[in-house]
Design a protein around this ligand. Structure first.
Ligand code: HMN
Length: 290
């Protein structure tokens, strides 16, 4: 996984208006993002509406993307589920499909004890030879620094996708767990900050929509060019702040279509935009641009 660094969109899953997985749109979007220069893709996570799909559908998405990417960039498959057995099935399938790493949120809904969560990661990570990226996000209940540190003792746990705002922990993880423990910053609006505290890469939603800006931020931060990074981050944040007031996954999918690569629609209960709402949205974005 050492080479899985840089800007990694948490790929949206393309559905048609009837909520069916749209393979054609998926393949086109993958090619579009590779053309833009992204460094990898993260599949069937939060942005990918993974929890709105059956395991079979998630496997299908992984297979299609692996096939379309054809080795051009590395892939991380999110295999998190509420039960260990389901996650193991997903992990094994992702491994045989040919992804480069797996990732998972901690099990949620019930309040599992710390040992249960530890065993969840141990069992899934032990089920394949792939590196595991722990996915820390408030939606599933944040795990703290000490817990991440404990998970890092499991053989195969290679890093963390860290969607939290306390970036001092990024630095601490690098210092206390080890510099080769991979940390991916997960808050797009704080990409610059995550990188400045030592994150190896960025995994997030908005890299589907505006990868160029974040590729520029990543490059500028590597060169310690704070001025450029800040300039790009400010622009990105205007869009992010606007889009996150509504269902931003649906917004990104429609906005992609204006750029010639249709991201399709979201699955219910997420809402979508009808033609008239989409027109309003387009006007709002025009205003933001001016
Ligand atoms: C994923 O699994 O889809 C993500 O990469 C999640 C990602 O970290 C996003 N967080 C959530 O969706 C809750 C961020 O990209 C987030 O959308 C962004 O920072 C705007 O707040």
């Amino acid at each position: 996984v050492n080479e899985i660094k840089g800007v990694i969109p948490a790929l949206v899953t393309t559905f048609d208006m009837d909520e069916n997985f749209d393979e054609k749109r998926m393949r086109a979007l993958v090619d579009h993002l590779i053309g833009k220069g992204v460094d990898g893709l993260y599949l069937t996570g939060s942005t990918g509406e993974g929890f709105l799909m059956t395991p079979q559908e998630r496997m299908k998405v992984v297979e299609v993307v692996v096939d379309q990417v054809n080795g051009r960039i590395p892939l991380i498959a999110h295999v998190g589920a509420i039960g260990t057995k389901i996650s193991i099935d997903l992990a094994k399938q992702a491994a045989s499909a040919g992804v480069d790493a797996i990732s998972s949120v901690p099990p949620f809904y019930w309040k599992f004890g710390a040992d249960d969560v530890f065993n969840y990661y141990k069992d899934i990570t032990g089920s394949t030879d792939l590196p595991m990226i722990v996915y820390n996000i408030a939606l599933a209940g944040l795990v703290g620094f000490e817990q991440v540190k404990r998970f890092s003792t499991i053989e195969g746990v290679a890093g963390v996708k860290y969607t939290a705002t306390s970036h001092f922990e990024v630095m601490r993880m690098k210092e206390e767990i080890g510099n080769d423990f991979l940390v991916y910053s997960g808050c797009d609006e704080m990409a610059m900050s995550g990188l400045s505290f030592g994150a190896d890469g960025l995994i997030g939603s908005f890299y589907n929509l505006m990868p160029e800006l974040f590729i520029a931020i990543n490059k500028a931060m590597a060169e310690r060019d704070l001025k450029t990074a800040e300039e790009k981050q400010r622009i990105a944040n205007i869009i992010i702040m606007h889009a996150t007031q509504k269902n931003y996954v649906a917004i990104m999918k429609r906005a992609l279509s204006w750029m010639g690569v249709d991201g399709g629609y979201c699955r219910r209960p997420f809402s979508n935009f009808g033609a008239s709402e989409e027109a309003v949205l387009k006007d709002e974005f025009r205003l933001l641009r001016d």
